[in-house]
Ligand binder design. Structure first.
Ligand code: PEP
Ligand code: MG
Length: 575
């Protein structure tokens, strides 16, 4: 045992591999867990001491915010404005006086006084119609969290400006966290929550960062700064690995890079089976700019628009969205771009749009449903997208469609948005193709009816699996029930391909299954002719398809269709 090994505690933790790769680096604990606030009363006679603690916390928060306001951010000016506005909140007597009164008169701990007064103030503003007022509620919440953290003596950790080569350890990463992430410095990601289709997993894959999710109590068990080896093939995390393990990991990293180099030869070739049956290769992107060479893909099968809404403290205006979508079309250079309308709800929230608390948010007001409840939000996005459609080949895709009524309503909003643009004499593609995500089982089961109403479909296998199997895609405890390769899923997928195929309506699979090399071969055998995936998956999928003939893919799918459990199917596929 070496000197380094003697003083350190080796630990092996298990999780779910969610983004392929092997990584090693120092742990960076990003503790974004909800803060537990002490709500019990303190003893009589300690009032002055506690008031002093509250004042010190306010002072410290002011210093932190002043530092942040000065720091050059990706969008320096706007960031400065936000933090200066937050500094103003710290001086608001309407908040300060009631907090002091709670500490002095009710002997509430400073952190509990902050929670009560700030929480109530944020709640009052949250429901405001005016987005700027609602955004102030988000700022108050932000300052509340900062103050509570300081009262508890915890250091601030942020995701921007990370040291090089870290392995990020977090409870879960929200899409907004990942947007702030300095990806070039992150070697790997370990999360306590999340499954293979959680949004943090999808983002990790799209950045090509190896990630293991569902690692129980990772934040408690992995010390900040510890050396961590992460195997996102097996789903294994070793804290303070032995020298010989470091050697093994290095060799495996080498082998993986070698395999990737071999697959990269396929990147610039079209997607096709060995005997030349074409399979359209699309990319999934979350931003209107991407750095994938255009000859690697045939179309943008899924432009997720949520990030555009998450990046700022207020909803993007029609003009901002128009400019962003137009940039995407220009970037695509004539290839079609399937723009998915806002898919908020479930595990995705917007800081400036507090959503009513729901017991089962994935089954509640999400995606298209939420847009239908907020027509102005929906129409603004539709107008922006339609205006951009004059500059390239755009299609519109609606998420979380659950009924025929949904389809008809969504189409009526498109007509309304077109009417509004006509009145402003603005141009758009009047024949823009409209499609639905098939991700709610009701639509998969009625695919023949749906196909008659739309121009195309995108199959969202991530959500389809969650709803078919009744297994929350973000809950590691449900991971064993979340079966994208179950007999039920294969039947359903085959049925959707057939129903849309009969009516000559194209279907593209854009869930994570499409980016798995063996999944892609199976989907092709089941009838898929268009697959859309994280750009990092293109090489592996193209290489896998090039190894089989169409008949072989069909035979493989037929064999899988006879098997009775997901376990048998995965084993047969060698997964
Ligand atoms: C899906 O559900 O499969 C999908 C592609 O959409 P998202 O992962 O964004 O919900
Ligand atoms: Mg989905």
């Amino acid at each position: 045992m070496t000197e380094r090994e003697k003083g350190r505690r080796r630990l092996v933790l298990a999780g779910i591999p969610v983004s392929e790769g092997i990584a090693m680096g120092q742990a960076y604990r990003y503790d974004n867990r909800e803060l537990e606030v002490r709500r019990e009363r303190f003893g009589a006679g300690e009032e002055e001491e506690k008031l002093e603690a509250l004042r010190r916390a306010l002072c410290r928060a002011g210093e932190e915010l002043a530092g942040l306001a000065e720091a050059p951010g990706p969008d320096g000016r706007e960031q400065g404005d936000i933090f200066r506005a937050q500094m103003g909140i710290l001086e608001d007597e309407g908040l300060l006086l009631p907090m002091e009164a709670l500490v002095r008169e009710e002997r509430l701990e400073p952190e509990a006084a902050v929670e009560k007064v700030f929480g109530e103030a944020a709640g009052r503003l949250a429901g405001a119609e005016d987005p700027l007022v609602a955004a102030r509620s988000a700022d108050i919440r932000d300052v509340e969290k900062r103050l509570i953290r300081i009262c508890q003596g915890r250091e601030e950790r942020t995701l921007s400006g990370l040291e090089k080569g870290v392995i990020l350890v977090a409870k879960d990463l929200l899409p907004s966290d990942t947007a702030a992430l300095d990806r070039t410095h992150v070697q790997g990601i370990i999360t306590q929550a999340g499954g293979s289709s959680s949004h943090s997993a999808i983002l990790a894959r799209s950045f090509g960062i190896p990630a293991v999710a569902g690692v129980a109590a990772a934040l408690e068990r992995i010390p900040h700064g510890a050396l961590v080896a992460l195997d996102a093939e097996k789903g294994e995390v070793i804290v303070e690995p032995l020298e010989e393990e470091i050697g093994i990991y290095r060799r495996r990293q080498g082998a993986l890079s070698e395999r990737r180099r071999r697959e990269e030869r396929y990147l610039a070739r079209p997607g096709a089976t060995r005997d030349g049956a074409a399979v359209g290769m699309g990319i999934n992107v979350s931003s209107c700019q991407w750095d994938v060479p255009n000859d690697y893909y045939d179309f943008v099968g899924l432009l997720r628009t949520e990030l555009l809404y998450m990046e700022n403290s207020a909803p993007p205006s029609e003009e901002e969205q128009f400019q962003a979508y137009r940039r995407a079309l220009l970037r695509a250079g004539g290839k079609s771009v399937t723009l998915r309308t806002l898919d908020i709800g479930g595990d995705k929230t917007l800081p400036y749009m507090p959503l009513p608390k729901e017991e089962n948010p994935f089954l509640g007001s999400r995606g298209l449903r939420l847009c239908l409840e907020r027509p102005e939000l929906f129409l603004t996005q539709l107008r922006a997208a339609l205006r951009a459609s004059a500059y390239g080949h755009m299609e519109l895709l609606f998420p979380m469609v659950g009924s025929m009524e949904d389809i008809r309503l969504a189409k009526s909003y498109v007509r309304e948005a077109m009417g509004q643009l006509d009145r402003r004499r603005l141009s758009y593609d009047a024949h823009i193709r409209l499609g639905i995500m098939v991700e709610v089982p009701s639509m998969a089961l009625a695919a023949d009816l749906a196909a008659a109403e739309v121009d195309f479909a995108g199959i969202g296998t991530n959500d389809l699996t969650q709803y078919v199997c009744a297994a929350d895609r973000t809950n590691p405890k449900a991971a064993a029930y979340y079966q994208s390769y179950s007999p039920a899923m294969l039947r359903l997928l085959e049925g959707v391909f057939a129903a849309f195929g009969e009516q000559n309506r194209p279907v593209c699979v854009c869930g994570e299954m499409a980016g798995s090399p063996r999944g892609a071969v199976l989907l092709t055998g089941l009838g898929a002719r268009r697959l859309s995936m994280s750009p990092g998956c293109l090489a592996g999928v193209k290489a896998a398809l090039a190894k089989v003939t169409l008949e072989e893919a069909k035979a493989l799918a037929a064999r899988c269709r006879q098997l009775r459990t997901q376990g048998e199917i995965l084993e047969y596929l060698g997964m």
